[in-house]
Design a binder for this molecule. Structure first.
Ligand code: MN
Length: 718
């Protein structure tokens, strides 16, 4: 480590003996000199950016990022994490930008800093436990790289250590968030060192009085037992030695928050808590763990029901150890944990153990690959146990299938990933979905089909009388939204079908010199009876959907009048198409009729009327069913956009497609689809586009034709 020492010597005198130089000493034990150089550069950058800034405690601001980095160095995290820790507040709190960090330190560090900054913007202030769980999942889902969470946990740990500088209201809020969100995450990721510290600091800050009382009581109880415990420890130690077992032993004091939680959970007084003293025995291998267990059970009687084998069945976060509680001398209970060195390291560092510096791994494994490896390992270990809880919570960042967003009130909503603003609206309430007209994400207007991201605050704007758009079905991802839109459209179609059916009947009645208005109630009742229906609206609906034929119904009604049946042979007046009939009038894909074309309508059962051009080859085929044809015509001054297809034969030249497309756009026609086929010197381009009518289409064709490299332009017919 001469090289590292050289770096240290090079440091400005002011840094010697500082927190940063102590961080460097930690890093020297596991990072390469080149990595340490990078860390020094990150420190210099951060110190400069934060220059002149102070923490509330009055210390120079840089002391905070250095302390955060030191916590991570304690977990032996890689250089990228250490650099990100040093830079984690730079983007939020100084003029330096993310881009600057990317240029100086590369993508890896920039992504980590960005991830931490994003988490910093989230605030949790709900009192509901279910909301806390969602918020934890949201945090995990937001990070693409779990190192972001590790930096954030270290950040929170240092902020909790120095929380005294804040006002008491702020202290309480932060302490609560720490207990509700961050300590459980540290626990989930198996980082017990941080979890324990966050819990005790959170407890001390959130409930200072209870903390002090409990602390005093526990100290007193412990003092009384110390002598027995020492004796017991010596006994065990001697016994292991005689049996030739090498072991490391540590006396443990159960931390206050876990004693407090246990008292609350089990509703018992402190005097009933047996095991606030403990002993940890660390040995070389798993075999020895079980041998040690056997030996100490011979020395002291185990408390029934307290033995747990987390080696055979690890906890969901990967924790492994044997736990047993012994009756010591004078009946003083003692919890003993037995584990290997590896298990001990994993217990302290959890997932962090997987980013520990390994020179060989560095380039061959991405952070994701390492996280995945950790995850796979856990799943394998837990095959015997129930891993559902684990999968629900930790996998989210690696295999995201849910997205967590806020309502404007701060409630958290869970949606499948890929969910859009419309899905959100329907998740809030069907009425909100049906009437939504616009959406805001984090206060900015966005298209309704925008996919939501974790942490978004989503607001839906509604309008009275607004209706769902049939196109929404194409992008919503939740069953609730899809079903609600479909149900609405079905009702809508029914209304449209009635309107069309009434018009079809009107048209069919005209040859009899009749109209809907002239129909007598008596006639209608008779005909309804004959048709086996109860109400006229239902018949209109069937007519509109093409399930019944208007001329047949009209003839039945005319019979009631006793009118001249021959009149029925008179020419029927065409039904006028306005383009606003909705889903019950369709335009045939085979010939794409547009206003100005001669057209004919075909009643198709369940679909309503389908419009064809009279020149369409399919029309000849349909002529076999004369009763299903109805004369139709375009309404004068019809507005709207209609689909048409054209084919353009051109020279095969680079850039020509763009030129032709440009000309089409210049005539205000939208292109829906293009297909290009090239054969030798020539190309055939097919465009599906939207036009207003024949005049508009002619204009489009003309403007394409003026290009000298265009050989032929034509409209496609069926
Ligand atoms: Mn910070």
């Amino acid at each position: 480590m001469d090289y590292a020492a050289a770096i240290r010597d090079r440091l400005p005198a002011a840094w010697r003996g500082s927190d940063f130089s102590s961080l460097l000493s930690d890093l020297e034990t596991y990072l390469s000199p080149a990595d340490i150089e990078g860390v020094v550069a990150a420190y210099e950058f951060s110190a400069k950016a934060h220059e002149g800034q102070q923490r509330l405690s009055g210390e120079a601001y840089i002391s905070h990022p250095v302390a955060v980095a030191k916590i991570l160095a304690g977990l032996h995290l890689d250089a990228g994490s250490i650099k990100a820790a040093l830079l984690h507040d730079v983007v939020e709190d100084t003029p330096a930008t993310l881009h600057d960090i990317e240029v100086e330190f590369g993508d890896d560090v920039a992504l980590l800093v960005d991830g931490v900054s994003k988490l910093d913007r989230l605030r949790f202030d709900s009192a509901l436990e279910a909301q806390a769980e969602s918020f934890r999942k949201m945090l995990l889902a937001m990070v693409k790289d779990l190192r972001v969470i590790l930096v954030k946990l270290a950040d929170r740990t240092h902020n909790m250590r120095t929380i005294d500088a804040l006002s008491s209201a702020k202290r309480r809020a932060i302490a609560k968030e720490t207990l509700d969100i961050y300590a459980p995450i540290a626990n989930r990721l198996g980082i017990y060192g941080i979890k324990t510290e966050l819990e005790d600091l959170g407890f001390k800050t959130f409930a200072p009085f209870r903390y002090r009382v409990l602390e005093r009581a526990v100290r007193k109880a412990r003092g009384g037992r110390q002598q027995f415990l020492n004796k017991l420890q010596t006994n065990i130690s001697r016994n292991l030695a005689t049996n030739g077992i090498e072991a490391r032993m540590m006396a443990r004091e159960k931390h206050l928050y876990s004693i407090y939680s246990k008292m609350r959970r089990k509703k018992i007084p402190l005097s009933d808590i047996a095991d606030f003293n403990g002993l940890r025995i660390i040995v070389g291998d798993i075999d020895t763990c079980y041998r040690v267990l056997g030996l100490i059970h011979q020395l002291y009687k185990p408390m029934p029901g307290r033995f747990k084998d987390y080696i055979a069945i690890p906890r969901v976060n990967g924790y492994q150890s044997l736990h047993t509680t012994l009756f010591g001398p004078n009946g003083v209970p003692l919890e003993v944990q037995i584990r290997t060195e590896d298990m001990d390291r994993l217990a302290e560092r959890g997932i962090a153990a997987h980013w520990q510096y390994k020179a060989v791994d560095k380039h061959t494994y991405s952070a994701e690959a390492r996280a995945r490896e950790w995850l796979t390992g856990l799943i394998e270990m837990q095959e015997a146990a129930n891993s559902e809880e684990f999968l629900e919570t930790v996998k989210v960042d690696l295999f995201p299938d849910k997205v967590y967003v806020f309502t404007p009130k701060g409630d958290i909503m869970r949606l499948p990933s890929g969910a859009t603003a419309v899905d959100f609206a329907y998740a809030v309430h069907t009425d909100v979905g049906n009437r939504c007209v616009a959406a805001k994400i984090d206060g900015r207007l966005v298209p309704l089909k925008s996919a939501l991201s974790n942490g978004d605050t989503v607001e839906i704007l509604t309008a009275r009388g607004a209706k769902p758009n049939p196109n929404w079905v194409n992008f919503v991802t939740t069953a609730k939204a899809r079903n609600a839109i479909r149900a609405y459209l079905k009702n809508l179609t029914r209304d449209e079908a009635r309107t069309l059916g009434r018009r079809l009947l009107e048209q069919a009645l005209r040859p009899f010199d009749l109209s809907n208005r002239k129909l007598r109630k008596r006639w209608i009742e008779k005909v309804l009876h004959e048709l086996g229906e109860n109400e006229l609206d239902r018949v209109y609906e069937q007519l509109g959907l093409g399930e019944r034929l208007a001329p047949v119904v009209a003839a039945l009604l005319a019979q009631q009048q006793g009118g001249d049946q021959d009149q029925a042979k008179r020419e029927r007046k065409p039904l006028e198409i306005a383009g606003t009939e909705g889903l019950v009038v369709g335009y045939a894909r085979c010939c794409n009729p547009i206003p100005g074309d001669e057209i004919i309508g075909f009643l198709s059962s369940g679909l309503g009327v389908v419009i064809h051009r009279t020149s369409c080859p399919n029309v000849a085929d349909f002529r076999k069913h004369p009763t299903k044809w109805i004369p139709v015509d375009w309404q004068r001054g019809i507005k709207g956009e209609f689909q048409s297809e054209i084919q353009v034969r051109t020279m095969n030249r680079v850039g020509l497609l763009a030129e032709v497309a440009g000309r089409i756009s210049a005539t205000k026609s939208n292109i829906d689809h293009v297909n290009v086929e090239t054969d030798g010197d020539a190309s055939t381009l097919q465009f599906r586009l939207k036009v207003r009518d024949r005049g508009h289409l002619a204009q489009v064709l003309r403007s394409i034709r003026t290009n000298p490299d265009v050989l032929k332009v034509q409209r496609l017919t069926g």
